[in-house]
Design a protein around this ligand. Sequence first.
Ligand SMILES: [Zn+2]
Length: 321
Amino acid sequence: VNAEDLRRRLDAIVGRESPPQPARDAVNLPMIRHWCDAVGDRNPVYTDPDFAARSRHGGLVAPPAMLQAWIMPGLIPAGRARLSGVVREVLELLDEAGFTSVVATNCRQQYRRYLRPGERVQVTTTIERVSEEKRTALGPGHFVDQRMIYRSEDGDEVASMQFRMLKFRPPGRPARAGGPGAARRPRPGRTQDSAFFWEGVDQGRLLIQRCRGCGRLQHPPGPMCGACHGLEWEAAEMSGLGRVYSFVVAHHPPIPPFEYPNAIALVELAEGPRLVSNLVGVDPAVVEIGMPVRVAFTRVDDELVLPLFRPTEEAGGARDG
Ligand SMILES: [Zn+2]
């Protein structure tokens, strides 16, 4: 996509209004409760029907700032399919042109009235403006201004939002993943404290800091023992065996060069310390807490070896049996 062509295609979208997008759920008390818990809003007019009945509202109302929660489209990729047409078109055009990252920069909401449980809002979105390519601290990009109008079922405007985001090309990344100069895994931070760990990894050894005073194994490494405050330590080689203590499978947002779904585990080594790492050689759908794993020193590019973990035979046997 050349710049002129991109501009022409963006201009064709600017000013168009998307068809009304209905909320997935009507305004409801359970979602309000969760939202109030999450943000720490204890105003009983949102959650206590008796209190709300005696208030000037005469009944429960939704927190105005919760506006956007009612029309959240849900997880990508299903979520993107539910995004309003014009927003999706702009995002896809900019993705295609290499502006693959996004950050929200401004948001201004105006509320005309409170929403009440049972109401189902809908939103229409207009792309008001897509800026020329700008240099920013994050990288070159385009600012996208959206205007969203929230309406009740009978068409009354209840609120509006001006929303600006920056779609940018992160520095050092190509327009397309996989090409020459494709994104590489981030380099680990090698500090004075952690240098021995990475030198060990380069030699295929899993080294953990051991306090010379009390014998405690400590990870991540630091200058002082967290137990006895000793400053003398040595590097102890681990067996490389451990178990999945906890894990998360990341689906979104996909960031090159990682593969998704991406299984990220907190591995508890047989000797005790815990490390955050990636699991390899396993379908993320079958990862379980307690799964036995073994370190796999994995060359991820010409400069970097990482201590990743893969299930041991025992895990495979357990799965089959
Ligand atoms: Zn110690």
